[in-house]
Design a protein around this ligand. Structure first.
Ligand SMILES: Nc1ncnc2c1ncn2[C@@H]1O[C@H](COP(=O)(O)OP(=O)(O)OP(=O)(O)O)[C@@H](O)[C@H]1O
Length: 389
């Protein structure tokens, strides 16, 4: 129970189905409630209020240490490397579907856990298809706009067993209506949490500078190779972002960051070709689906792709390298790929798993400049991909 409408309605539906439901609220950040940045205490109070209304008990558990060790320390390390981390994906894998689930089973004697995620599994939204011997598959929910399978794509297959997603077959508008019809309108009207909860409304730069020493460097124009400004730290910028450089007639957008030189490569114009690519390389993937390995060993797998910078499911072809990483070719050019982002793969309605983007292939701009040959000679993996193209 997060104190939000989704987990509240999930609990309500379970109760209506006749399950013995217990609420569990997890604290994962020692917030500065008084400064209005973290809403942990208010959310815990809302969870209490909902559980009273539903007449179910609520327990609290503290995973502040676990969240720090498994999620936050990684986030800081990755920002310092110039990567774009996703704490929600790591929180699901290491905290919600590991520590939280173990706590529910071992300490509270639960038979299953349920969350208010918009996702589905082959076990069914209320475990109606559950069979001990069956494999679990992660599936798309009915509400594709609210789909959260991307955030669940690093959860271990085993950890999805005995997990219910009661909202699997509902649209968000229906969930809100159910809440309103059952005396939970206060929760239905609550503002949706967005972004990283512990950062809240404060400026991201101010937050992250408490943990990372800002190292200044230059913005360099990719078209002229000239410096066009100074920045206070590469971790303040994300690929594709408008840099808002003072005194420049163009808007400049981040193309690439170099943690060794502290230079940020920028391009003039939001749709500059250097911001687009159709090729990227990942770290070792995490597969939830059991069917992928055999399909990949047969060669190229054609499937769908999604990441944080596109909600649409795009056609792609993936192949495995000798070091068990992936090369991914999209059927279209996409703007603003960033190392560290998760690339998530789908076949039909099944979420196969995901892998982190570690490098992006030649951009539309570099391909135009025939720069690809130069890269191909320095990156053996890219060389093989260009040959495959
Ligand atoms: N602090 C928490 N304690 C227990 N469970 C949580 C907590 N935060 C999130 N969850 C669970 O994870 C699900 C997805 O979390 P997310 O942060 O994406 O919230 P959400 O989609 O806005 O859902 P909600 O409306 O329930 O807050 C929630 O529906 C809830 O079941």
């Amino acid at each position: 129970m997060s104190g939000g409408v989704d987990s509240s309605v999930a609990a309500l539906l379970l109760k209506q189905k006749g399950f013995e439901v217990h609420g569990l609220y997890m604290k994962n950040w020692d917030g500065h409630e008084e400064s209005g940045f973290c809403h942990g205490e208010r959310d815990a109070e809302d969870a209490e209020w909902v559980c009273k209304k539903l007449q179910i008990p609520l327990k609290h558990v503290n995973f502040v240490k676990e969240y720090w060790n498994f999620v936050f320390s990684d986030l800081i390390k990755e920002y310092s490397e110039g990567w774009t981390p996703n704490p929600d994906i790591l929180c699901n894998r290491f905290v919600k579907f590991d520590c939280f689930k173990k706590h529910a089973f071992r300490q509270l004697g639960a038979d299953a856990i349920a969350t208010g995620h918009y996702a589905n599994t082959s076990q069914g939204s209320f475990l109606q298809n559950y069979s001990k011997s069956d494999d679990v598959r992660l599936l798309l929910p009915t509400d594709l706009v609210k789909d959260q399978t991307l955030f669940l794509s690093q959860v271990r297959r085993e950890d999805l067993k005995k997990v219910m997603f009661p909202l699997a077959n509902l649209k968000k508008s229906e969930v809100k209506k159910i809440a309103e019809q059952n005396g939970l309108e206060r929760i239905a009207k609550k503002e949706e949490s967005t972004g990283i909860c512990f950062i809240g409304n404060r400026k991201f730069q101010n937050f992250i500078d408490q943990y990372l020493n800002p190292v200044p460097g230059q913005f360099v124009d990719i078209t002229t190779h000239e410096p066009v400004g100074e920045h206070t730290g590469i971790h303040h910028y994300t690929i594709g972002q408008n840099c808002k450089l003072p005194g420049r007639k163009h808007s400049y957008f981040v193309v690439d960051k170099n943690k060794d030189t502290q230079r940020i490569l920028v391009a003039p114009g939001t749709n500059h070709p250097s911001l687009y690519s159709d090729l990227f390389f990942t770290t070792e993937p995490h597969w939830i689906s059991q069917q992928v390995d055999s399909q990949l060993s047969e060669g190229v797998l054609k499937c769908k792709f999604r990441s944080q910078n596109t909600n649409a499911l795009l056609d792609c072809s993936i192949c495995r390298t000798q070091s068990n990483t992936l090369t991914v070719k999209l059927n279209t050019f996409l703007r603003g790929f960033a190392p560290g982002q998760f690339a998530v793969f789908y076949l039909g309605d099944e979420c196969l798993g995901s892998a982190r983007i570690r490098a992006v292939g030649p951009s539309l701009y570099l391909q135009g400049m025939e720069f690809s040959q130069e890269i191909a000679t320095t990156d053996p993996e890219l060389k093989s991909v260009l040959a495959y193209q």
